[in-house]
Design a protein around this ligand. Structure first.
Ligand SMILES: *[C@@H]1O[C@H](CO)[C@@H](O)[C@H](O)[C@H]1NC(C)=O
Ligand SMILES: *[C@@H]1O[C@H](CO)[C@@H](O)[C@H](O)[C@H]1NC(C)=O
Ligand SMILES: *[C@@H]1O[C@H](CO)[C@@H](O)[C@H](O)[C@H]1NC(C)=O
Ligand SMILES: *[C@@H]1O[C@H](CO)[C@@H](O)[C@H](O)[C@H]1NC(C)=O
Ligand SMILES: *[C@@H]1O[C@H](CO)[C@@H](O)[C@H](O)[C@H]1NC(C)=O
Length: 518
């Protein structure tokens, strides 16, 4: 009996040890990364119901909590909404209509997968439908860059960015059009089928009805709004594909001195009951946002959305982004800031945050990424900076040149958690970080977080699966846009897939990242 107990205890200890890749404690709450649980992909040249390439979809995801089922045979089924950003844009922006895709998913955990005996892909996607986004008057929105000056006006809305273009917006002639430009990066699926979508141009948060018609917009405080020559200027200096050949910047000055940096808008979006949180990718330009070494202090806004048609600005906090050493950069260019691409509220003011390096992965000149994490931050002790001291156009929370945080501001607590790049886990599913530039090399841009309970119910045992999809930048040699009439082959020569990873984790006791099911 004694011996048996010993054996059992030892056996359990071995199992327990094997099920911990890493642990963190954040303000007294424990998080465990148990193991990588899955890998899957949507081919980079898959097309949607309109004939357009399905790309960029890891910009954000939403897992429908109420469609998630654990089957008796050990598989899971669910519904995943995936948000592309502004379309194929590695050679300039195009008149791609922003949209969201819906997929059925089938996931079968393979806990016995090992490096020596890896599992094949175990997450499968079945495409269902696409909802395109339209302005309040039914005009399609666009992925084209915003104009350097001017805006669109709709009753009941703040000034909205405008993109003016001639012809079809793919380089063919025709009359002049004006559309609302959107570079989508965050999604919330509401119980009534409507969506909150955060964007990089404004940076704004938009609300769309289930058919994709805009029904609301949140404009952040002036400190976030890009300003050039003293007026609002929503351009991201992202020239069009057809004008960009040798044309250089499409706005002067290229960098707006205040407000969100170009293409550094609202990457992080999440909700907690009746509160919506939205986080800048990195610092605003008046507070260090123009440098990879100084863009550390990112602003987080909290809105009360009890009345969804009338969001109320409630609080504002500062999140300190992590630092990493880029082995390809000289010492004076290190450490760099790992900008963030998504957040997800876990419980009681603790959030997941996806922070990462850039320029490393499939299709990049470097294949080894050194920082690609889902970490945790906590706002319990952070200073609420909402108000006139920090929210005006020229107001800053950190120094402009060095990005040093002003005294009197306590930022959120930041805790390191899931490292995507642990090869002893990735290799269990035949994928890798670093090494050969092949289709099993992880993509550069991981930008989404979704979470569902392992028990298929409400997660009473605090065990959860975390899904993350990558943004492949629509990089394929077999690309289609504009209903299939515009074809392209990315100049890089690469074909990237829309890759997906699933992590199995243990959350702090009684975390309830979702409301109870119906
Ligand atoms: C968190 O983990 C530490 C170390 O394993 C342990 O001492 C502590 O009791 C745990 N805290 C909670 C709240 O579970
Ligand atoms: C479980 O059943 C579903 C639905 O029939 C099927 O798609 C899936 O492949 C099955 N999983 C296993 C492990 O057999
Ligand atoms: C800002 O002013 C400069 C100099 O007058 C001008 O060239 C540029 O077009 C202006 N930019 C915007 C966005 O108005
Ligand atoms: C605001 O910032 C701009 C750009 O740095 C600067 O030119 C301007 O003088 C500032 N205005 C005030 C009132 O500080
Ligand atoms: C575990 O996390 C710590 C920091 O929290 C980090 O230093 C270490 O490299 C991590 N290990 C793995 C295998 O991710």
């Amino acid at each position: 009996m004694f011996l048996l107990n010993l054996v059992t205890a030892a056996g359990l200890a071995v199992v327990a040890a094997a099920q911990v890749v890493n642990q963190t404690s954040c303000n007294g709450k424990n998080y465990t990364y148990q193991e990588l649980a899955g890998f899957g992909l949507i081919p980079g040249d898959a097309r949607d119901e309109f004939g357009d390439t399905i790309g960029g979809i890891g910009s954000a995801i939403a897992l429908d909590r109420f469609q998630w089922r654990k089957l008796s045979n050990g598989s899971y089924t669910g519904v995943l909404w995936a948000l592309p950003d502004r379309g194929w844009n590695t050679e300039g922006t195009l008149n791609f209509q922003p949209r969201v895709h819906k997929f059925d998913i089938l996931f079968t955990p393979q806990p016995s997968a090992t490096v020596a005996n890896p599992s094949g892909n175990n997450l499968f996607f079945t495409y269902k439908e696409t909802i395109k986004f339209y302005g309040p008057d039914g005009t399609p929105t666009t992925g084209l860059d915003a104009d350097g000056t001017g805006h669109l006006s709709y009753p009941g809305y703040p000034d909205l960015p405008v993109a003016t273009y001639q012809g079809d917006g793919f380089g063919n002639p025709g009359p002049i059009h004006k559309r609302i430009p959107i570079d989508s990066e965050g999604i919330i699926l509401n119980a009534d089928g409507s969506f909150w979508i955060s964007d990089e141009y404004g940076p704004y948060v938009y609300r769309f009805n289930p058919a994709g018609l805009m029904i609301g917009a949140i404009r952040p405080p002036d400190a976030y709004i890009p300003v050039r020559n003293g007026t609002e200027s929503f351009s991201a200096d992202s020239p069009t594909f057809y004008a960009s050949k040798g044309a250089g910047d499409d706005v002067i000055p290229a960098d707006n001195p205040t407000g969100r940096d170009n293409n550094h808008g609202f990457e992080g979006l999440t909700v907690d009951g009746n509160n919506l949180y939205v986080l800048l990718q990195a610092a605003a330009n008046q507070e260090g946002g123009l440098g990879k070494q100084t863009e550390r202090y990112a602003r987080l806004l909290k809105y009360d959305i009890t009345i969804p048609s009338a969001p109320r600005y409630a609080r504002e906090f500062v999140v300190p982004l992590p630092l990493y050493n880029d082995p390809t950069a000289k010492a004076s260019k290190n450490p760099k800031v790992a900008a963030q691409s998504e957040i997800f509220h876990v419980q009681d003011g603790q959030f997941f945050i996806l922070s990462r390096d850039s320029g490393a992965g499939h299709g990049q000149s470097v294949s080894t990424s050194v920082y690609r994490h889902i970490d945790v931050f906590d706002i319990a002790d952070a200073t609420d900076i909402k108000g006139s001291v920090y929210d005006c156009t020229n107001c800053s929370i950190a120094s402009e040149d060095l990005g040093i945080l002003k005294t009197g501001i306590t930022p959120a607590t930041y805790c390191s958690f899931i490292d995507f790049n642990v090869n002893s886990q990735l290799n269990r599913f035949g994928v890798h970080n670093g090494g050969a530039q092949d289709s099993r090399l992880l993509n550069e841009k991981w930008e989404s977080i979704g979470i569902v309970p392992v028990d298929g119910l409400i997660g009473d045992d605090d065990e959860w699966f975390v899904f993350s999809l990558s943004d492949d930048d629509f990089i394929t040699q077999n690309g289609y846009l504009e209903g299939g009439s515009f074809t392209y082959a990315d100049a890089s020569g690469f074909n990237l897939d829309n890759q997906a990873l699933v992590f199995k984790i243990h959350l702090p006791d009684h975390s309830r990242p979702f409301p109870r099911g119906p």
